[in-house]
Design a protein around this ligand. Structure first.
Ligand code: GAF
Length: 384
């Protein structure tokens, strides 16, 4: 759906043109997985897939929400009745943002909203962050709140953590709010400092494929929270604020101090080595050597599979098949337990790789995966 179509649909639903139309993208994380709630480094980039919101203000304390992607009509909510973990439906994402803004003291007196999204859901590509950020940006503009992008991302994270009840980190919301076309975002999740790293694979004759395994995942389920709690336990046992504080070259000594805490040892090892992988990736991209990041992506997958234990047979099959047929590197991306993998390959190999992965899925009797090329795209913005 384009901006004009989104505005036209809003007018049909609510009987007047919207005050504006905004867009916020989904993201792919290149490297830096499960590091964001450990104060570590991440490196996502925005997808061309995005959520669109047509929005107008109201003055009567009512929030009206409609989604083109969900069966059913307009959902009407009273702002003063919004309460954390009270809504198991899609409406919790936009309503949670309104709740978080109001709770932070911003005067929001209501809104009419029409949403639509091309970000695949449950695919590890941040469909929920796109919904949150598009609403936050629209209300920031319409209510003239003057909040900076990183602050909007924080409020969206609060909506997701407290209102929706999913204990996620800050990566996805910051990616959607702050990414820039043609760049990957090198983000330090401790202080939210950002560097835009030029990332134009096409110019180098390379492609990054996203392969959505169609295995749906959810972060409000227990496994994500268990990994997070395990990391926090590791930091506490090692006497640091966050696992980010364990230097890579002191990892072995730190692990030795964890004694027989086997699970914590695996989690700590993943997080500390993953931060180092992000730093190595940034250095190689800065040096103009994108082909060399392939093996780092593959190392990251092994760490997520064996130490963090959040892969699944479908993700492993994408990675193994891609590597066996000439890919430069491959790994699962996002929260895990399903979702998508990324494959870095020579442009000339992409068609064969896609076909080979589809054949491998058919041979394993897995649902046909959906593959597409990921092009680093623009972050959230006003369209109309
Ligand atoms: C999900 C979460 F939302 C992010 O905060 C991050 O932890 C990611 O999983 C794993 O890197 O996308």
């Amino acid at each position: 759906m384009g901006a004009q179509q989104a505005a036209d649909r809003f007018a049909e639903l609510y009987g007047a043109e919207p005050e504006g139309v905004w867009a916020a993208p989904g993201r792919v994380n290149l490297i830096g997985e499960h590091t964001d709630y450990n104060d570590g480094f991440v490196m996502p980039f925005a997808l061309p897939h995005q959520a669109l919101a047509s929005v107008s203000r109201r003055t009567d304390g009512i929030l009206r929400l409609h989604s083109a992607d969900v069966e059913g009509g307009i959902v009407e909510l009273r702002l003063d009745a919004l309460a954390p973990e009270s809504d198991p439906e899609w409406t919790a994402y936009p309503a949670g943002v309104v709740w978080a803004l109001r709770e932070a003291g911003h005067e929001i007196t209501g809104a009419d909203v029409h949403l639509s999204s091309t970000v695949p859901t449950g695919a590890g590509l941040s469909s929920s962050a796109a919904l949150e950020v598009v609403i936050a940006l629209a209300l920031n503009d319409l209510y003239d709140l003057g909040l900076q992008r990183w602050k909007l991302a924080r409020l969206c994270q609060r909506a997701e953590n407290v209102y929706v009840g999913a204990p996620t980190g800050i990566m996805d919301q910051t990616a959607s709010a702050c990414c820039e076309q043609g760049h990957a975002l090198f983000l330090d999740t401790r202080d939210l400092s950002q560097q835009q790293i030029p990332f134009d694979l096409a110019a180098e004759g390379l492609r990054l494929l996203v392969v959505d395994t169609q295995v749906k995942h959810a972060h409000s389920g227990g496994e994500y929270g268990r990994r997070r709690a395990g990391c926090e336990k590791g930091a506490a046992l090692l006497g640091v604020d966050a696992l980010r504080d364990i230097p890579y070259d002191e990892l072995d000594a730190a692990l030795a101090r964890l004694g027989d805490e086997e699970e914590v040892i695996r989690l700590v090892r993943h997080v500390v080595t993953e931060d180092e992988r992000v730093e190595r990736t940034v250095a190689l991209l800065r040096a103009g050597d994108p082909r060399s990041i392939g093996p780092i992506l593959t190392e990251g997958h092994a760490s997520l599979r064996d130490d963090f234990r959040i892969s699944c047979p479908e993700l492993d099959l994408v990675v193994d098949t891609a590597l066996a047929h000439g890919a430069l590197g491959a790994r699962m991306t996002g929260g895990g337990f399903g979702g998508s993998a990324i494959v870095l390959a020579e442009a000339t190999d992409v068609d064969t790789l896609t076909k080979t992965i589809e054949e491998a899925f058919a041979a394993a009797s897995f649902t046909t995966p959906r593959a597409f090329e990921a092009v680093p795209s623009a972050g959230a913005r006003r369209l109309v």
